[in-house]
Write a new protein. Structure first.
Length: 343
């Protein structure tokens, strides 16, 4: 167990924010994690309570200040087939595995279900945190179970799909159980007989552009990778954490009010009473797309993504997000909610 002090978190967050962690350590075994938690308890008894942060790939956080606490970087590794039935393969992946590497592994073995979630940055352990989703699929559609360590009790608990209380970019771990569990591994229930999902319009267009006649999980993955790289900034080149805000859900009545003034409003039906609005469209309508404030900016190809062109601080990006929230509220009467975890 090695604990470093005053460590720069620059290499550990995709926004490229240069904040420091007072204490920093990584763990690659459960026992190592337990020792670090014991160390955390000891630290907390000396100073008063010391905050704790579990870090995966750092692709869904915005560091707005130095972290005066202990950061634990998850390096748990391993992917294995743990079971199968007539229709499914059950694949268990350790929380520190890189998400897209798991997707690639499943495609190579012809286990279907993760292909629409290709190229999402980050690690397996964070995938249930906000029920990651893209191109018509959410993790809840393929999630079987997870094991997590109860930080206070030291016990390992199993959570089923319903236990996780998944919702749009939500789970029990962001709400009722926030900060109480460390996810150790996740088991996904993947299909033996692929049910391909091309419901998201852009996928079919992209497959046609690629000249692909055959529908396979590999081709769908390629199409998704092409779509994503055409509009989302690569964090290795421009700092970002993907969509900064959630797409808000509104009533049919509210949608009609907006429709009257903006017939081009982009909305998707959730159910007969509720619609999801494209926040990127609203932000663009407010004139933010491509706007830059120093090194903080609103991406020129996708207004829902805030970016760090180099040396922006987390505070500057947070301030820009507040300005965007205010102007969307003024124009549309809707308060955007941040999707990124603010630290
Ligand atoms: P981190 O940023 O490290 O952590 C996120 C949160 O989860 C933190 O609060 C952290 O403390 C907590 N956490 C992490 N691991 C654990 C654990 N093992 N146990 C307990 N808590 C933990 N997301 C989507 O849903 N769909 C997309 O299409 C998408 N596209 C993106 C595109 C880009 C370019 C980028 C940069 C991000 C995108 N994201 C997307 C957001 C992000 O990739 C996901 O939320 C991802 O799951 C975050 O994983 P991470 O390992 O980087 O999490
Ligand atoms: N749009 C605009 N202007 C913009 C951006 C979007 O008008 O600048 C409109 C367009 O009409 C576009 C529509 O919004 O067709 C939807 O845009 P897009 O397909 O890019 O999806 P999104 O709603 O902006 C969501 C997720 C993404 C996910 C994609 C694909 C959220 C908060 N974001 O974005 O997830 O990859 O759909 O499924 O739900 C993330 O969470 O970090 C993320 C990138």
């Amino acid at each position: 167990m090695q604990v470093q002090q005053s460590t720069s978190l620059l290499p550990y967050n995709t926004f490229g924010i240069d904040a420091k962690a007072q204490f920093f350590a990584s763990f690659s075994h459960l026992e190592e994690l337990r020792s670090l938690l014991a160390y955390h308890k000891e630290l907390s008894s000396i100073h008063k309570y010391i905050p704790l942060m579990i870090l995966g790939g750092g692709s869904n956080i915005l560091l707005t200040q130095d972290f005066n606490g202990l950061v634990l970087k998850n390096q748990l590794k391993g992917i294995e087939l743990v079971g199968e039935d007539a229709d499914h393969y059950y694949v268990k992946a350790a929380a520190g595995e890189v998400w897209h590497e798991l997707v690639e592994y499943c495609i190579a073995h012809n286990y279907a279900g993760l292909e629409n979630l290709s190229l999402i940055p980050g690690n397996v352990g964070a995938s249930p945190m906000q029920n990651i989703g893209a191109y018509g699929v959410e993790i809840k559609d393929v999630f079987h179970a997870l094991e997590a360590l109860d930080i206070n009790e030291g016990t390992v608990q199993t959570f089923s799909n319903t236990d996780c209380e998944f919702g749009y970019r939500e789970s029990i771990f962001k709400n009722k159980l926030k900060g109480q569990f460390i996810i150790l591994n996740v088991t996904y229930r993947l299909q033996k007989h692929p049910v391909l999902n091309t419901s998201y319009g852009a996928i079919k267009e992209q497959l046609e552009l690629m000249g692909e006649k055959e529908l396979t999980i590999r081709n769908i993955s390629h199409a998704i990778i092409n779509i994503r790289t055409s509009k989302l900034p690569n964090p290795k080149e421009i700092g970002n954490a993907g969509s900064f805000f959630k797409n808000p859900q509104v009533s049919k009545f509210k949608l009609h009010v907006i429709w009257d003034d903006y017939p081009d409003v982009v909305a998707y039906e959730v159910n007969s009473l509720t619609y999801k609005l494209a926040a990127g469209w609203m932000i663009e309508k407010c004139g933010w797309k491509g706007i830059r404030r120093g090194d903080a900016g609103c991406h020129a190809k996708q207004a829902l993504v805030l970016v760090n062109y180099g040396k922006a601080t987390g505070k500057e990006i947070l301030d820009l997000s507040s300005e965007i929230i205010n102007s969307v509220k003024e124009k549309f009467g809707i308060e955007l909610e941040r999707e990124v975890n603010i630290v």
